[in-house]
Unconditional design. Structure first.
Lengths: 235, 235
DNA sequence: AGGCTGCTGCCATTATCCGGCAGTGGCGGA
DNA sequence: TCCGCCACTGCCGGATAATGGCAGCAGCCT
């Protein structure tokens, strides 16, 4: 692989990682010595790329580099099409349409060969068992998450017990058969998940919840890990 | 100026000129011999650039090499991220990486607000039951499909019976737990599906199969519908 | 304090690049 | 029809840059 080719690859590799990556890892992935990698990084920086390197951490590419990425390789087109097909088949109507529409938008900027690739893509998602329909509009849940606003839920749990509560929704998890809305429950003062097909009513409130979504997600993950650790301790 | 640096410059130079530019001019502007310029053009083309050169006219960079800025409504971003996450979690390594890489490419040409949207996306795919690992490289199967080439398969069916056959692969179907390679089987003279985790060996042959992929897919769908109709008749 | 990591200098080997030259073929204008 | 322009390719010898290894220094985090 020639050097110039490598530089493009390296750039794309850096784009993929949001968190710092050590030079050693990058060097191995590209198949080059560490010394050469340092030289390559320097070369990219000389071209105007804002790559930050911190000792003890690794490299991060700050967005805003003037040179846009190269066109998608065929494998990436396949991946995008497959993913969108999954969404189109397994998500609710609005999101399914959005997936196809996004694909069309991407198709519009592809050169003809790749567009043909996209249209003739041979990776299919098999239709799975039917997903229990939601009685509420899933788009509303996503909107609440996106705008970080509170939600009043009428819910009935696995035992059939109904309740009404205010939650701060911050994530939606897609399982094979079920979708879970995850949020901070004001009623319980803790994180809770709600099967979307058991939500009887959902009301989007005006009030934004007093936390950032990303932060809630992080705290939730920590809480989950702590819970698992506790289980392990119990064994 | 090093070569790789020059290639970046050449790219920018071509981006600026919308009308054909002769090689002589480009060579002078970069400060390099004509012979070298031709080599540089070839190098860029080797990386996928669609640079068109016409005798008597000059060079033009056709769109489709660099990814132009893209714009999506938030819902479409969510759909793309969700789809890519599914691929990243449920497909084989190569394809999973391709999904993330494609996402990174898109992110690089997004306006900042949308980029933030993408990074903070709150739709997750729950990890499902572990998928039986393939003993062969799934990327090879996709390559065969993409290039419409024959494949020699060593296969053992549900009963454990081993066989070896030549197939014309044209599709890959993703089920929750299983992936099926679908193709025309020369041995049986009919369409057949193969669980990828039961393929012991796969050899990509030189020969292309004498049919178009799209056409095979169409014929296969018809055959499937016919089979289902027959079943219905039998009821 | 110690481990991880970024970063730089030096050097011999090696691979690549470069320019020049000659030749082919497509194109359009004289 | 001829001629000039231009893209493109193959070849070659000399120039140049890239590469990897080693050694060493400096931040950062635990």
């Amino acid at each position: 692989m020639s050097r110039s080719e490598r530089l493009f690859d390296l750039l794309q590799l850096l784009r993929r990682h949001r968190h710092p990556v050590s030079g050693r890892v990058l060097a191995d992935e590209i198949g080059v010595s560490l010394r050469t990698l340092y030289r390559d990084i320097a070369a990219l920086q000389a071209q105007g790329a804002t790559i930050e390197g911190e000792a003890g951490a690794g490299y991060v590419l700050r967005p805003g580099f003037l040179l846009p990425p190269l066109m998608f390789p065929p494998e990436e087109i396949e991946a995008l099409v497959l993913g969108s097909r999954w969404v189109a088949g397994r998500a609710d109507g609005r999101l399914a349409e959005a997936a196809l529409s996004a694909l069309a938008r991407i198709g519009a900027v592809l050169p003809v060969e790749l567009r043909a690739e996209m249209e003739a893509s041979a990776l299919f998602v098999a239709p799975g068992a039917p997903i229990p329909a939601d009685s509420i509009d899933p788009a509303l849940l996503r909107k609440a998450i996106r705008t970080e606003r509170k939600l009043t839920l009428a819910y009935r749990d696995a035992g059939g017990v109904a309740s009404e509560r205010v939650v701060w929704p911050f994530a939606l998890a897609f399982f094979d058969q079920v979708r879970l809305l995850i949020g901070w429950c004001e009623l319980r003062g803790d994180f809770r998940s709600f099967r979307t097909d058991r939500i009887a009513k959902a009301l989007l409130m005006e009030a934004r919840y007093p936390a950032r979504r990303a932060e809630l997600i992080q705290r939730w993950k920590q809480a989950k890990h702590a819970a698992e650790a506790q289980k392990l301790d119990a064994c």
